[in-house]
Design a protein around this ligand. Structure first.
Ligand code: ADP
Ligand code: MG
Length: 266
């Protein structure tokens, strides 16, 4: 496989691709994120781990502005998500402006979420055609190239129901890449897969990381975190309990809750 990111448009360099400052999120009276602070540098692969219900998905959804935060600030690619700052005050952006910001971010979910009535190729072409309004021939060429890079050139005419879970997830990755994101978010991308299909998805993600993509990956695959991750964040009950180099954290978890969690998943 070759460089998956080479067609990404050049961006002004930022120090942090993601910066979260004291991010709070509640649903009703339930506080799910209780002050999250983190930074992800361009090209970094951050793995986010932690028990079910700790707020991992909610945090990724906040980064992608699928959820509005109740406190703190979140920047992606140098832009304050959802708001404009003027004279020290924050003003909410319009839906159209939020949609524009979200185009920098690709997301891959546990369930593949492909359009069932479209072929693999049509799934990958859909967003650039509809959102970017690029010429169809150009979009098709790029989609074919992306499918080839995730190892599915021979499957472009297949519908999702004709593909394995691992193949569908690779189409989902190609589809996210078709928008040339600066940041890719993965929320347990292999958790719904049969064990024998996990490896093919992880290897596409590993290639993407090697090509320099900035990634946040919620995963229980500790081998991936150790081999591919540049940083690891352990979350529990809406806070970051511990973070650092994955090899250090995995070998020497300093917090009892981290130790207990690793003893169950490793
Ligand atoms: P994780 O991904 O770490 O398993 P989640 O972010 O999915 O955790 O969930 C964290 C907590 O937030 C859970 O208690 C969950 O029930 C709650 N939660 C998540 N989304 C919603 C929602 N839309 N409405 C109400 N509660 C939610
Ligand atoms: Mg989750």
């Amino acid at each position: 496989m070759t460089d998956l990111t080479k067609n990404a448009e050049p961006e002004a360099p930022v120090e942090f691709m993601v910066r979260a400052e004291n991010v709070h999120k509640s649903f009703g009276r339930t506080e799910v994120l209780k002050g999250i602070d983190l930074q992800v540098r361009p090209g970094e692969v951050m793995c986010v781990v932690g028990p079910s219900g700790s707020g991992k998905s909610t945090f990724l959804r906040c980064v992608n502005h699928l959820e509005k935060i109740n406190g703190g600030r979140l920047w992606v690619n140098g832009r304050l998500m959802g708001y404009r700052e003027k004279n020290g005050r924050l003003y909410e952006l319009r839906d159209r402006e939020v949609a524009e910001q979200r185009r920098d971010i690709g997301m891959v979910f546990q369930r593949f979420n492909l359009f069932p009535h479209m072929t693999a190729l049509e799934n990958v072409m859909e967003a650039p055609l509809r959102v970017k309004k690029r010429p169809k021939a150009e979009v098709r060429a790029r989609a074919e190239e992306l499918l080839e890079r995730v190892g599915l050139a021979d499957r472009k005419g297949n519908y999702p129901s004709q593909l394995s879970g691992g193949q569908q997830q690779r189409v989902a990755i190609a589809r996210a890449l078709a928008m040339d994101p600066a940041l890719m978010l993965f929320d347990e991308p292999t958790s719904a897969l049969d064990p024998e299909l996990v490896g093919e998805v992880l290897s596409v993600m590993q290639q993407l990381a090697a090509d320099g993509m900035t990634m946040m990956v919620v995963t229980h695959e500790m081998g991936f975190a150790r081999e591919v991750g540049d940083s690891l964040v352990f979350m529990d009950d809406g806070v970051i309990v511990e973070q650092g180099d994955p090899r250090d954290v995995l070998a020497n978890p300093s917090h009892p809750r981290t130790r207990e969690f690793f003893s169950k998943v490793l």
